[in-house]
Each structure stands twice: as C-alpha cells, then as structure tokens.
Design a binder for this molecule. Structure first.
Ligand code: PXP
Length: 243
C-alpha cells in the first residue's frame, strides 16, 4: 500500500502571513526523500492554500507521482491541462467548507464528469474520483470511465464509538472489494492519522492512502522527513501483519 502525502497545509501556514515560507515545494522534496510514493495537493478556487506557482513548480520537481486534487471548474481544468499532473483527483468543493466534506456525486453530475475524464485521459492524465463507499457511486465511476476511485474515509475517521468505527470500516472494505471486482483501482483518504490508519492498512486491495493534515501537524514537532517516515513505517508494518 502506497503513501501519498498531501502538502496543502504547509501552504496554509505560509498563507497565514502571505509570505515565502514554509514552502510546499521544499516539503514535497523532503517527503519524497522520506519515502512517500506520491505528492498530492488541492488547488482550490479560492486559493486559500496552494497557489498556481506551487503547482507549476511541483510539476517540475516531483519525481514520484504528482496527484492534483481539484473541482470541475473551467479555470482549474485549464491549469490542470496545462501542467499535466500524472493524476487528477476530482473532488466536490464548497467555498465555505473547512475541508472537503463529502464525496463527489458521480450519479448527479455524470455527464459533466464523463466529458472531463475523457479530456484528461486524452492528455495522458489518469483520473480518480473521490467518492463515498457506496456501491451506486462505485458503479457510476466505472461507467464514466474513471481509472481510480478514492474512498472517502472521513466518516470512519470521525466515528465516535467502536460500533460506528466497525460499521464505517465495513463499508470501506465492501466498496473496495466491489470496485476491484468491476475493474476499478482503489485509493483511500481523508482524516487518517497515525492511529486510525492501522485498520485501513489491513484492507486488501487498496493501492494508495492519501494523507495530509496529521502528517503536517506531526511535522511541527519532529520535522516532515521524520513524520512521513513514521507514517510509511506504520503502513508497511500493519499491511505486513495482515499478509
Ligand atoms: N484525499 C482527498 C480527496 C482530500 O480532499 C483530502 C484533503 O485535502 C485528503 C485526501 C487528505 O485528507 P487529510 O488532510 O484529512 O489527511
């Protein structure tokens, strides 16, 4: 199971002073040196953290895989088609939200999503859809031609008791199995930290976990190299235990 590091919140700190540091580009280099498998960032319409300058530089320096999270707005689509990341992950976006709050409704927006998946794929860009662990959304993701889905793990991460944790975990396991059975590759992410990631690592068939906030928070104390290395070690350890 691979680890994608989301560096948005390095940029959040920089934007607090509209300054030059900390620089998400430096964070990407250190994360790769620490062993991550991809770099993820979200260019939001309101540019609250990642800026255009960042995505252009990241495209040049990322040596693993560059995964750009984005909403389907024409302004952002143009930038994505210009920089050509290795992958885009399509997410819903509301200006007032603190972070991405739910999965994409692939059923409701299927025609728009399908057209744009083709635009990206024609430019050599793989497409992942960030969705809830819901069979109907998985099926529609396959129908519109996505390469990957990313299962939203936020409800699992926020679950407040054992019963709810297992209920949400079970949905993620079932959605993973179903996606693989119909030929979709599976990533997962949102709200994962050094503790709750352990149960997710044991799920067979997930390609990659995309983790941001918990790693950037830990990096304040131990540095980003160490924070990424620790997460990578946990994933490897718990994945191995299940095999
Ligand atoms: N995956 C997607 C699609 C996201 O939108 C985010 C948050 O930007 C993440 C993963 C990472 O979530 P977190 O920062 O909570 O680890």
């Amino acid at each position: 199971m691979k680890l994608g590091v989301n560096i948005d919140h390095v940029a959040t700190l920089r934007q607090a002073r509209r300054g030059k540091y900390p620089d998400p580009v430096e964070a990407a280099i250190l994360s790769e040196l620490a062993g991550c498998d991809s770099i993820v960032c979200h260019l939001r319409e309101d540019r609250r953290h990642i800026q255009e300058r960042d995505v252009y530089l990241l495209r040049k320096i990322v040596k693993t895989k560059f995964n750009l999270e984005m909403a389907l707005s024409e302004d952002i689509i143009k930038i994505a088609l210009d920089i050509k990341p290795d992958q885009v992950t399509l997410v819903p976006e509301k200006r007032e939200e603190l972070t991405t709050e739910g999965g994409l409704d692939v059923i409701k927006f299927s025609e728009k999503i399908k057209e744009n998946i083709k635009r990206f794929q024609d430019n050599g860009i793989k497409v992942s859809l960030f969705i809830e662990p819901d069979f109907a959304q998985v099926e529609e993701s396959k129908r519109v031609g996505a390469d990957f889905i990313e299962i939203h793990t936020g409800r699992y991460a926020d679950a407040e008791n054992e019963e709810k944790i297992y209920e949400e975990l079970n949905k993620i396991i079932k959605a993973t199995e179903y996606s693989i059975s119909i030929g979709l590759r599976v990533n997962a992410g949102h709200g994962l930290d050094y503790k709750n990631v352990k149960k997710i690592c044991k799920i067979k068939g997930i390609d990659e976990l995309n983790i941001g906030y918990s790693i950037i928070c830990r990096s304040i104390y131990v540095g980003i190299y160490q924070a990424v290395k620790e997460m990578k070690e946990i994933i490897e350890k718990y994945e191995r235990e299940n095999n």
